[in-house]
Design a protein around this ligand. Structure first.
Ligand code: C5P
Length: 302
């Protein structure tokens, strides 16, 4: 067993550069062709030996984070402990920087982070495959939070194939209040009810653009099938998208199920300019500048 009493894991947010959504499946989920990109915006999850499982959270959005067993970090500790006949007696602290309910996989990040942290704390040495299996049980986006980088997700998003990606610069506009992912998928179903929804397919031009590191090529291929649904539920996001492109972003899209919006920019200098213009537009709560790809969940040496 490990002799460490506390372990901290850093885990990134994501943006979907392509989110192709198929028709609803009998189990209620949707098949996806989901090109994930991890960005340099992180939560830190610290687990410490304790008498019982407890969760605390710090950061500007901390009040919106559930601290009970519905938190994916708590569920991750429970699932891993149950597999090994252990009690999940840890205190989990989440230092939250990823927007809550924002379409950037913040909750999924905490699940993947807590899983890796508990594995190290308890000295289990689980294989990546075992960890990925538990991640998939926790949620569709959790496996990607563990591996980071860039990957194509198929199935409901949990079946991952890593893909190559050059460096890109991004600005994110964080909206006031979150959007519920199930509600956005339900709105997608409503908006597409009268049409035949094709099977989702990864776009080869987008994958080539990602590999090349050419921001103009990536800008021309960004696509999110959930964007009309997110805009239908939150029409004012159109103003945020327009403010960012008006200020020089190469392209803009809703991040995942939203309501965070993502702006692809040519370089760091443009990122600062676009972020300032978004702030001045008062169409968002705050902005963040990042680069991609970012590494997946990583144990910090402390
Ligand atoms: O997998 P996860 O728990 O993150 O999914 C949350 C919700 O998002 C699901 O209950 C479902 O409503 C929706 N979803 C979906 N199809 C996917 C992923 C998520 O419909 N591929």
């Amino acid at each position: 067993m490990s002799t460490r009493d506390t372990v901290t894991v850093r885990v990134p947010a994501k943006v979907n550069v392509q989110l192709a959504v198929g028709a609803a499946r009998p189990d209620g989920f949707h098949d996806l062709a989901n090109v994930f990109l991890a960005v340099s915006l992180y939560d830190e999850v610290t687990v410490t030996r304790a008498d019982a499982l407890t969760v605390t959270c710090s950061g500007p959005d901390a009040a919106q984070v559930p601290l009970d067993r519905t938190n994916l970090a708590a569920r991750a500790a429970e699932l891993l402990a149950a597999r090994h006949g252990l009690s999940p007696d840890v205190h989990i602290h989440i230092a939250k920087d990823i927007p809550v309910a924002g379409g950037m996989a913040g909750g999924s990040a905490d699940g993947a982070g807590a899983l890796l942290a508990c594995d190290a704390l308890w000295g289990l040495g689980s294989s990546r495959e075992e960890l990925l299996e538990i991640c998939a049980e926790l949620g569709s986006d959790v496996p990607f939070s563990l591996i980071g980088g860039a990957a194509l997700g198929t199935g409901r998003g949990e079946v991952l194939t890593p893909v190559e990606a050059g460096t890109f610069h991004w600005v994110f506009a964080v909206a006031d209040g979150g959007l519920s992912t199930p509600a956005v998928f339900r709105e997608f179903d409503r908006l597409t009810a009268a049409t035949a929804v094709p099977a989702p397919q990864a776009d080869p031009a987008l994958l080539a653009a990602l590999r090349s590191g050419d921001p103009d090529a990536l800008a021309a291929t960004l696509a999110n099938d959930l964007q009309p649904a997110a805009l239908s539920l939150r029409p004012q996001l159109a103003d945020t998208l327009a403010a960012g492109t008006g200020a020089g972003a190469l392209a803009a899209l809703v991040s995942g199920s939203g309501p965070t919006t993502a702006f692809l920019v040519r370089d760091e200098e443009t990122a600062a300019k676009v972020a300032a213009a978004l702030t001045a537009s008062t169409t968002c709560r705050t902005t963040r500048t990042t680069t991609s790809p970012a590494p997946g969940a990583t144990v910090l040496a402390r």
